[in-house]
Design a protein around this ligand. Structure first.
Ligand code: FES
Ligand code: FE2
Length: 380
């Protein structure tokens, strides 16, 4: 390798140089240490789509915890910690034998509930205590609406059931599913999915931002486990999607909802004939990555088969723009040592989402609140 002249060398901080003392940094640039990463116990998350779990074990990461999914003897999904109790080899590298998960290293086998059913070569078992130590922590599962749901606390009996998707297989409805990885926290990704002001800017022309600003009312309704913004008197968005859905214009009904722990839902009704529902099931893979399983269900005046080839690529383009901006937001948060947000009153749901998630993380849900109404200006 040729010598690099000293003048061309990039100056670097010597590895042993002491970090700048925190107190020496002006307040405006000092790290905040605040992060919206939350860990939510006792909640249901969609680990994968049903069709992605077949004959082989499937590794998934949920809230930074590595799990292995497999189908038990009855075909029902099972979820274990992806760590063999014997020597910690990932169980996901093993195989499914007769509905049990067999480790790739010494062949220990585990049934759906996590009990070790076989230790090859072991003649004399040490009894119940030995069996208990050989257990793999197990997570409750459900298979519903085309998803494998996993309960986030191991070895716990769930007190709730997963969210059920509305309008699936309803007469007249077409459903399109897509999954997208967003490089952001759960809080940031859910806020992005339900944040109206950025649609006129980041997605200019695709959805909003192609028409005149309008003054409208927003009614915010909070319950212990959800928050909903209803937009009242909103004209049809002037962007490409709005014009495709309702060429003749008119008023729309529009709701944005967050339902703990992972559902971000956008609902539009244009007249009696057009109903459009995007439910994003958000899965926090870890503190920096959120996987969105988006389910678009629509019943439109224009036949679904006609609109689907146009709608899906536009939706994917919108998701790509969101993923890029969330990546930048995450990277900046990491660089600056925490989040430092300033909000105005048009950031309607962000603080509510954060509040609900923090409460769920602490295991204390608040009471239902009275709805309140705000007025804001929205670009069509
Ligand atoms: S590491 Fe799994 S059986 Fe030994
Ligand atoms: Fe967006």
């Amino acid at each position: 390798m040729p010598d690099v002249p000293p003048s061309a060398a990039v100056p670097t901080t010597p590895p042993d140089s002491p970090a700048l003392p925190r107190a020496a940094l002006p307040e405006a640039v000092a790290p905040t240490g605040q992060s919206s990463v939350v860990y939510l116990p006792h909640q249901w998350f969609a680990a994968c789509e049903s069709k992605a779990l077949r004959r082989h074990p499937k590794p998934v990461t949920l809230q930074g915890v590595r799990l292995v999914l497999f189908r038990g003897a009855d075909g029902a999904p099972a979820a274990l910690l992806d760590r063999c109790p014997h020597r910690n080899v990932p169980l996901s590298r093993g195989s499914v034998v007769g509905g049990e998960l067999e480790c790739a290293y010494h062949g220990w086998r585990f049934e759906s509930g996590g009990a070790c059913t076989r230790v090859p070569g072991l003649c004399r078992d040490s009894g119940e205590r030995g069996a208990a130590s050989r257990r793999a922590p197990a997570f409750a599962t459900r298979e519903l609406d085309g998803f494998v749901w996993v309960y986030s606390t191991p070895d716990a009996t769930p007190t709730t059931e997963p969210y059920r998707l509305p309008k699936l297989d309803a007469p007249g409805y077409t459903t399109v599913r897509r999954s997208v990885d967003f490089p952001g926290t759960l809080v940031a990704t859910v806020e992005n999915a339900l944040d109206v002001p950025h649609t006129a800017f980041l997605h200019r022309g695709l959805f909003r931002g192609a028409g005149e600003p309008n003054r409208i009312d927003v009614r915010v309704t909070r319950t212990a486990t959800s928050v909903e913004a209803e937009y009242i008197g909103e004209p049809r968005p002037e962007g490409l999607v709005g014009r495709m859905l309702s060429p003749s214009g008119g008023l729309v009904q529009h709701w944005d909802r967050f339902i703990l722990p992972c559902v971000a839902q956008v609902e539009y009704r244009l007249g009696d004939e057009n109903h459009f529902l995007v439910t994003s099931i958000m899965t926090p893979v870890d503190g920096h990555l959120t996987r969105a399983f988006a389910v678009l269900s629509f019943n439109l005046r224009v036949p679904g088969w006609l609109i689907q080839p146009f709608l899906a690529p536009i939706a994917m383009r919108i998701f790509k723009q969101d993923a890029e901006i969330l990546g930048l937001q995450s990277e900046a948060g990491a660089f600056w040592g925490g989040e430092r947000y300033v909000s105005t009153e048009i950031d309607i749901l962000g603080a509510q989402i954060q509040r609900l998630l923090k409460r769920a993380a602490d295991g204390r849900l608040g009471p239902d609140d009275k709805p309140w109404v705000k007025e804001l200006v929205l670009e069509a």
